[in-house]
Design a protein around this ligand. Structure first.
Ligand SMILES: *Cc1c(COP(=O)(O)O)cnc(C)c1O
Length: 388
């Protein structure tokens, strides 16, 4: 009998011939801004560990303590018996940190986005989604039975025209990343809130890259723009600046109760381990107690953006710790990434399907653990590569 999976190696070969076959590697250790990679220590400009918390001993200690009290696995979904003391405490602390009525934690940010959109919009509703939204938002729109309209990146005029045509739908849901994960640019949140109010739409935002980084208290860009009261659904993740794992949603009590009853990845997925909840309680405390981490990070990012633009690299509209060096072709992005690797720096080249064809880039992500010397090293390398 013919192998029913024979098509897969053929398709993999096709990817190989296009030089688009990707594989995963093992890194040894990751300590702050450096990473051991195939027996070489590289400066790490590729991680989303923006506040340098992933290897913080305080998170480790909190995780160990949680394991000692609750064990490792949670054994069931939260609605059955999986919700332990650490997870419950984390949801309370998170709502407090985010200044919302309630919070709900998920196994991942991906699951949160995909599940929440599906739970909020059904047949007869319409979802309006920015074209550069994260894959998990896109998958949420695909899971939902609602009609989906994608608007060009941050194009308010286009969105308003769409909204005008959407008045006959039962409900409208506008959904956007606040800080876009590849371009490092920012959604026009006050204007989006204006449109949501004018056209009677729900507004959902994904703060994945902004939590812990932006806003006076580190709550993200809704806080920075002072629109928290106007954004009814906020998704975030523990897996980036907070240095851990898992996603969350914050908002009103009724929203959270609805999700507990209707959000499938919440209902049908085993609760995250207590150790993660314990560590994330510690991370929230650090974000509160050590605001210098975020101010320092943003100051370094601003300095680096200035330098790189000065040398003549195109950084698009980046205004954050995510700094894309937009080079265009896949070949150039991958070559530059390899050259930087040779020079001792890990800066990933980003290519389709993560970005559209012809918009390939080097994605620099900064951490508050990078020193001025680390930044100087990167600037020197990118100066040399620019001239070369
Ligand atoms: C990383 C990311 C997610 C997914 O979060 P995980 O917790 O890693 O699953 C969601 N949205 C955006 C914008 C992201 O960048």
């Amino acid at each position: 009998m013919a192998d029913p999976l024979a098509w897969i190696p053929e398709q993999l070969e096709l990817l190989e011939s296009l030089e688009r076959r990707r594989s995963i590697h093992i890194r040894a250790t990751q300590q702050g801004p450096s990473v051991d990679w195939k027996e070489r220590e590289l400066l790490n400009f590729s991680s989303n560990d923006y506040l340098n918390l992933a290897a913080d001993p305080r998170l480790e200690a909190a995780a160990c303590e949680a394991i000692q009290r609750e064990g490792w696995g949670s054994g069931a979904s939260p609605l059955i018996t999986g919700r332990g003391q650490n997870q419950a405490s984390l949801e309370v602390a998170l709502a407090q940190f985010e200044a919302t009525e309630a919070a709900l934690t998920f196994a991942s940010g991906f699951a949160a986005n995909a599940g929440v959109i599906d739970a909020l919009a059904d047949r007869g509703d319409v979802i309006l989604s920015d074209e550069k939204n994260h894959a998990s938002i896109i998958d949420g729109t695909r899971l939902s039975k609602a009609t989906v309209r994608v608007y060009p990146h941050r194009d308010l005029q286009y969105l308003e025209n769409l909204l005008k045509q959407c008045s006959t739908f039962r409900r409208r849901l506008i959904v956007t990343d606040t800080l876009f994960s590849m371009d490092g640019d920012i959604a026009p949140l006050p204007e989006l809130a204006d449109l949501a109010e004018a056209y009677d739409a729900m507004l959902m935002v994904d703060e994945a890259h902004a939590t812990g980084v932006f806003g006076e208290n580190g709550r993200g860009l809704c806080e920075q723009f002072d629109v928290e009261d106007r954004v009814s659904i906020r998704v975030g993740t523990f897996s980036k600046a907070l240095g851990g794992h898992g996603g969350f949603v914050v908002g009103s009590e009724p929203l959270i109760h609805w999700l507990v009853n209707r959000c499938r990845p919440y209902i049908f997925s085993t609760a995250p381990p207590a150790a993660n909840a314990g560590a994330m309680l510690a991370a929230l405390k650090i974000v509160h107690d050590e605001p210098q981490r975020r101010t320092d990070l943003l100051a370094k990012a601003k300095w680096l953006r200035g330098k790189l633009r000065e040398i003549g690299w195109s950084l698009g509209d980046s205004e954050s710790q995510i700094i894309p060096v937009i080079v265009g072709t896949e070949n150039l992005a991958m070559t530059l990434s390899a050259q930087l690797h040779e020079m001792g720096m890990m800066v990933p080249g980003i290519r389709p399907p993560s970005v559209p064809d012809g918009e390939c880039l080097l994605r620099i992500s900064l951490s508050c653990g990078h020193t001025q010397q680390h930044l100087d090293t990167l600037v020197e390398a990118l100066t040399e590569l620019r001239l070369g």
